[in-house]
Design a protein around this ligand. Structure first.
Ligand code: GDP
Ligand code: MG
Length: 180
């Protein structure tokens, strides 16, 4: 098989502070999980190579570096984004209710040529907590939100238990690639 092209895809991860954005990235890229909560400071992005069909893809995944509360991310953060990953915590209603704001905010900042066609994906994280007994947002409700935004793909994940994380990011890469 020939690897014809190497493609760089810029992926932006957004969502309320504490929903598990950094943990999902760490799980996916470094295969590890930490219980410690610390605002991400330092590297702006991590990269991961993967193969999709005959293409070698480099995912460049940008984290919000703990600035999400201040909405103070510069223009460079959004520039050239190929996909936006929205994350909420299935156990925290507020993190679901703010998705509209994040969605709108991203489109305003990134200002893509065709906002309706821009690839988003939604991750409902921390489904492991209390065996799912403490969740306050149902899968149905999340899927309805995705449908209302034009059919955003949805995955339920656990960075802690490594549930669905690879599948979600693979789908993210495919979604971003399809728009190339
Ligand atoms: P961020 O602010 O969105 O980047 O969130 P973090 O990745 O820093 O995670 C916030 C807290 O939630 C940390 O204490 C993590 O260990 C924890 N956490 C993240 N993902 C999960 C998960 O899937 N399950 C559980 N139980 N805890 C998680
Ligand atoms: Mg973080």
């Amino acid at each position: 098989m020939s690897l014809r092209r190497r493609t760089l895809l810029k992926v932006i991860v957004l969502g309320d502070s504490g929903v598990g954005k950094t943990s999902l990235m760490n799980r996916y890229v470094h295969k590890k999980f930490s219980h410690q909560y610390k605002a991400t400071i330092g590297a702006d992005f991590v990269t991961k190579e993967l193969q999709i069909d005959d293409r070698l893809v480099t995912l460049q995944i940008w984290d919000t570096a703990g600035q999400e509360r201040f909405r103070s991310l510069g223009v460079a953060f959004y520039r050239g984004a190929d996909c936006c990953v929205l994350v909420y915590d299935v156990n925290v209603l507020r993190s679901f209710d703010t998705l509209d704001n994040w969605h709108e905010y991203f489109l305003k900042q990134a200002n893509p040529a065709d906002p309706k066609a821009f690839p988003f994906i939604l991750l409902g994280n921390k489904i492991d907590i209390d065996g799912g007994n403490s969740r306050v947002v149902s899968e149905k409700k999340a899927r309805e939100w995705c449908a209302s935004k034009g059919g955003i793909p949805y995955f339920e994940t656990s960075a802690k238990e490594d549930y669905n994380v690879d599948a979600a990011f693979f789908s993210i890469a495919k979604t971003a690639l399809a728009k190339e």
